[in-house]
Design a protein around this ligand. Structure first.
Ligand code: ADP
Length: 528
């Protein structure tokens, strides 16, 4: 086996001759040398870091055909076309091919007339594909989006579990697993499940200094969004993520009505429309894509200037992956998220009603809590984000909390007032009292509902006039984020938790983040 250093000139020559680039980025060259020499590798690189070349160049340098496992069936054709355009022999096998096309690819594989063969993970579990692979000469296995193997990750795909077959059936073939998102726990899980225990780890920094992170309280989300687009990103390409198809449609319409070139994208649109919108977004300048998270994986558009979230993402991993689609060209870009009380209520409800066992729901809740902690932090957003992925960083000076450090205030008394109100209402459990009703009581508003239930006679009635309604909502949101308060049922009824007693019993101080003033907006995004 050649030593890794022997391959370096050949790798650089291939990079220049085939791909037309001058130099390697980051640790591409080290990964390529290691894999080409027959070693296993686990590669963590942010989106746009250049993972593909890490296996494409070894595929050209080693004998045989490289087998690439990718869940992105919709993108296989594009990937193969891009390789074919530079003279690399590539093919794919997936459910979109007709029988003749399939047979042709299979023949090319067996004859060794391919450099790379792309497969969907589910294919590897089938006897037919396994027998086909036995007949050819495999140079390496590349497992893209490897975090999908993690049951506790945010994007689990059961088909990935069958990928342990690669090592069992073809033990001598080197393997490379690649992902743009993994905490250290997920990384460990990838190693065990894919039997990559002796693989060398290549972990790039996840820092994206050209992205300005901002998380704002959600007030009138569409108006806030419009202001962001008009004031800071006129004519820019960007992606706006929404949770539901309906919000996607409504938001896209709203933007178009306001003179912004926007397109919707979600799984409810037919395949042709989705493909057309995706192509337009990639090819035309300054289009805004309003989408569910169905959009974006594998999208390589360098000049996405902003990624906006109108709903709270379910996990920090998801959020980081989605915002990472901004600014791949290294120029200043914005990651903007509007987040409010209803997001917390909605996400908690989704978790409570989700299928799966208790362990699964706890896992979802833990992901949500990390996301909420990011929203409510008084630290630098970037420090908090990188910390989550196991990296240490210094305050960036560019995110909203660095530019306008949020004040914190002692909210213990406010928290006690709120929790006492919830406690009083809790005695009437069969009733449905959400946040609005609680706040009405605290503010001493004798609404119809308050009078009907005689809540104006409660001792807590009118004890909270020192705060505004918006401030009370902020208190509720932050207590929910900290787990000092819970929501239950379809109507978002507030309820006490095990830790609420610590606050009510004055054994715990509660520091809260002061809501930024309505008009405040940080300076324009800056470069690195
Ligand atoms: P990832 O899979 O990590 O998201 P890609 O492999 O799609 O990233 O690469 C992102 C972009 O960077 C692609 O357009 C790719 O051609 C380009 N690229 C990768 N490596 C280099 C390099 N060494 N020099 C210049 N461009 C590169």
């Amino acid at each position: 086996m050649p030593s890794p250093t022997d391959q370096r000139p050949a790798a650089l020559e291939t990079l220049r001759r085939v791909f037309g680039y001058d130099a390697f980025r980051g640790f591409q060259q080290e990964v390529i040398a290691h894999l080409t020499a027959g070693g296993d590798a686990l590669v963590l690189m942010p989106t746009g870091g250049g993972k593909s070349l890490c296996y494409q160049i070894p595929a050209l340098l080693r004998d045989g055909v490289a087998v690439v496992v990718s869940p992105l069936i919709a993108l296989m054709q594009d990937q193969v076309d891009a390789l074919t355009a530079v003279g690399v022999r590539a093919g794919f096998l997936n459910s979109t091919l007709d029988l003749d096309a399939r047979r042709a690819v299979e023949r090319a594989f067996v004859a060794g007339d391919l450099d790379l063969l792309y497969l969907a993970p589910e294919a590897l579990g089938t006897r037919g594909v396994q027998q086909l692979l036995d007949q050819g000469n495999i140079s390496l296995f590349a497992i893209d989006e490897a975090h999908c193997v993690s049951q506790w990750g945010h994007d689990f795909r059961p088909d990935y579990l069958t990928l342990s077959v690669l090592h069992e059936r073809w033990p001598g073939v080197p393997r490379i697993a690649l992902t743009a998102t993994a905490t250290s726990a997920t990384r460990a899980e990838i190693s065990t499940r894919l039997q990559l225990t002796s693989a060398r780890h290549f972990v790039a920094s996840f820092d994206r200094p050209n992205i300005q992170y901002r998380i704002v309280p959600k007030r009138e989300p569409k108006r806030q969004l419009l202001a962001l687009l008009r004031d800071e990103h006129p004519g820019d390409a960007g992606i706006i993520y929404c949770l539901s198809r309906a919000t996607v449609e409504k938001t896209a319409e709203f933007l178009v009505d306001n003179g912004i070139a926007a397109l919707p994208y979600h799984a409810g649109l037919d395949a042709a429309t989705r493909a057309r919108h995706q192509q337009r977004f990639l090819r035309e300048d300054g289009l805004v894509m309003v989408a569910t998270i169905a959009f974006g994986m594998g999208i390589d558009k360098p000049d996405v200037r902003f990624v906006a979230h109108l709903d709270l993402p379910k996990s920090v991993e998801g959020y980081y992956q989605e915002t990472g689609r901004a600014g791949r060209d290294g120029l200043p870009s914005t990651a903007w998220l509007a987040y409010g009380l209803t997001d917390v209520v909605q996400q908690r409800r989704l978790i409570d009603t989700s299928e799966g066992d208790l362990a699964h729901r706890r896992n979802l809740a833990a992901h949500l809590e990390a996301m909420l902690a990011l929203c409510e932090t008084v630290r630098c957003r970037r420090v908090q984000l990188l910390d989550y992925f196991g990296e240490t960083a210094t305050a960036c000076g560019n995110c909203d909390t660095c530019l306008q450090p949020p004040e914190s205030w002692d909210g213990t008394i406010a928290a006690q007032k709120l929790l006492s109100t919830v406690y009083r209402l809790d005695r009437e459990r069969h009733q449905r009292f959400g946040t609005g009703h609680c706040v009405d009581i605290l503010l001493g508003r004798a609404t119809d509902k308050v009078q009907q239930h005689r809540h104006d006679s409660l001792t807590v009635f009118g004890i909270g006039t020192e705060l505004s309604e918006a401030e009370w909502r902020g208190v509720v949101r932050q207590l929910l984020a900290e787990g000092l308060l819970a929501v239950e049922g379809d109507y978002g009824t507030l309820a006490l938790t095990d830790t609420s007693a610590e606050v009510l019993g004055r054994r715990r101080t509660v520091m809260l983040r002061r809501e930024p003033a309505r008009t405040a907006r940080p300076a324009k995004p800056r470069g690195a």
